[in-house]
Design a protein around this ligand. Structure first.
Ligand SMILES: *[C@@H]1O[C@H](CO)[C@@H](O)[C@H](O)[C@H]1NC(C)=O
Ligand SMILES: *[C@@H]1O[C@H](CO)[C@@H](O)[C@H](O)[C@H]1NC(C)=O
Ligand SMILES: *[C@@H]1O[C@H](CO)[C@@H](O)[C@H](O)[C@H]1NC(C)=O
Ligand SMILES: *[C@@H]1O[C@H](CO)[C@@H](O)[C@H](O)[C@H]1NC(C)=O
Ligand SMILES: *[C@@H]1O[C@H](CO)[C@@H](O)[C@H](O)[C@H]1NC(C)=O
Ligand SMILES: *[C@@H]1O[C@H](CO)[C@@H](O)[C@H](O)[C@H]1NC(C)=O
Ligand SMILES: CC(=O)N[C@H]1CO[C@H](CO)[C@@H](O)[C@@H]1O
Length: 388
């Protein structure tokens, strides 16, 4: 009967252990380790419980048996009981030792469990740190994305500016080519103008040469005329000689001696006037004063013949003549107060340049029309005229 009870108790405990084991059947992740550890602990506990329970039961059963049989015949069975008790004692000791071993293993497992717990905590902490680093990296990624977007837009702007600059560059190149072309055109026209200028200069030289040629021809013609007049005069003289030879002799002697005397003083005869060409240069007023000192005045030119004569006399020099507009600007008067009637101005003269009030003859190369107005303070050669 006691043994039945014992078997029942053992069954019940075993049954509980098995259910506990079944309960521990499901586990996930880290909990698995804990669950495993718990299983081991539960198993140990179950074994220990079973061991101690069976010992208790055996002792009780033994006690009952001894008690029952003592009353019948205690002495006879004393030896057998002692032996059995020793065996039980041995089994008990064995079980106790086993239990101690299990206790030690239980402790070891508990320690391992703690270590695992600690590692679990460490891993949890590391997980948190990794999560934090993950968040940091995510935010950095966002920032990098933003910077990438900014750079992309800047790149677009730069591309646009580059395009603008490229087109500007193109335009500048075009302008440069245009300018280059203009420059070439200008250079060409410049060369043309230079050619034209040298052509004009050549023409001018030719013209001057022609004029000189003409004036030379004119002078030759004049000389021929004079020669003719001389011949005519000689003839006349001869005629006079015949008609009134005595009278002519007296007159001629007088004339010749007068002119010869004037020649010795530097005067030259032409058409009932004597002319003097200075060797010095003076301003117009001083020139006139010099003429007056010589009993004459600056030359007054009344005819083309006289102008031609003066032209020969001046020997390519500029000479003062007795004409000025110093009293009223633009009203030209001869030194004897007479109005100007016969004019031999060079083309474009008078022009009153630098308040030019006095007149010179011989301006540029024209043998006849060569008067010009000039500032009276200029020092020039002058010509005096003395009428006879
Ligand atoms: C030369 O004389 C001629 C005729 O006398 C005249 O037509 C011509 O203009 C004169 N030339 C000059 C340069 O005075
Ligand atoms: C010279 O005299 C002749 C005739 O006597 C005349 O025809 C001619 O015109 C005169 N010449 C001059 C320059 O006076
Ligand atoms: C102007 O010319 C006149 C003669 O025409 C002369 O008497 C007078 O002294 C001159 N005056 C000057 C300032 O040259
Ligand atoms: C000179 O010319 C002026 C005007 O220009 C005139 O009034 C004067 O009568 C002229 N003199 C002579 C002598 O012709
Ligand atoms: C002309 O020359 C004289 C002497 O050098 C000077 O005194 C006078 O002022 C000059 N006259 C003019 C108009 O230059
Ligand atoms: C003539 O006078 C002007 C001022 O009226 C002066 O500038 C110039 O130098 C003078 N020329 C001479 C040759 O004295
Ligand atoms: C162990 C022991 O001695 N058991 C005995 C107790 O007494 C009964 C009868 O009285 C015996 O049958 C047992 O063997």
């Amino acid at each position: 009967m006691y043994q039945d009870v014992f078997v029942n108790i053992v069954d019940v405990i075993s049954c509980l252990c098995v259910s506990a084991l079944r309960l521990a059947g499901v586990c996930v992740g880290v909990m698995c380790i804990l669950q495993g550890t718990l299983n081991i602990v539960l198993r140990l506990y179950c074994k220990l419980s079973l061991a101690s329970e069976s010992v208790k039961c055996e002792n009780t059963a033994l006690l009952h048996t001894v008690c029952n049989n003592q009353s019948v015949d205690g002495n006879q069975h004393q030896t057998d009981g002692t032996m059995e008790r020793n065996q039980l004692q041995i089994r008990y000791n064995n079980l106790a030792e086993e239990r101690n071993q299990l206790q030690a293993r239980f402790n070891t497992l508990t320690r391992q469990n703690d270590q695992l717990q600690a590692r679990f905590n460490t891993l949890t902490r590391q997980n948190d740190q990794l999560q934090a680093r993950f968040n940091t990296l995510t935010s950095q990624n966002d920032q990098l994305q933003a910077r990438f977007n900014t750079l992309t837009s800047q790149n677009d702007q730069l591309q646009a500016r580059f395009n603008t600059l490229t087109s500007e560059n193109q335009q500048l190149k075009t302008n440069y080519y245009n300018l280059q072309r203009d420059k070439d055109q200008l250079q060409t026209s410049c060369t043309n103008q230079a050619n034209e200028k040298s052509g004009l200069q050549r023409k001018l030289a030719d013209l001057e040469r022609d004029q000189l040629q003409t004036s030379y021809t004119n002078l030759t013609a004049e000389r021929d005329q004079l020669q003719t007049s001389y011949t005519n005069l000689t003839a006349e003289r001869d005629g006079l000689q015949k008609s009134d030879y005595r009278c002519f002799l007296i007159m001629n002697c007088f004339c010749v001696s007068f002119i010869e005397k004037a020649n010795r003083e530097g005067w030259i005869y032409f058409s009932f006037s004597l002319y003097y060409v200075s060797t010095e240069r003076k301003n117009w007023t001083e020139s006139r004063n010099d003429c007056r000192k010589r009993g004459s005045d600056l030359v007054i030119i009344n005819s083309k013949e006289e102008q031609s004569f003066i032209n020969v006399l001046r020997k390519d020099q500029w000479v003062w003549i007795g004409l000025s507009d110093n009293e009223t600007e633009g009203v030209w008067k001869w030194v004897d107060g007479s109005n100007l009637t016969t004019r031999f101005w060079y083309p474009g003269q008078p022009n009153n340049n630098n308040n030019a009030d006095c007149v010179l003859a011989g301006y540029l190369s024209d043998p006849v029309n060569n008067w010009a107005d000039y500032p009276c303070n200029t020092s020039l050669v002058w010509i005096c005229e003395k009428r006879i």
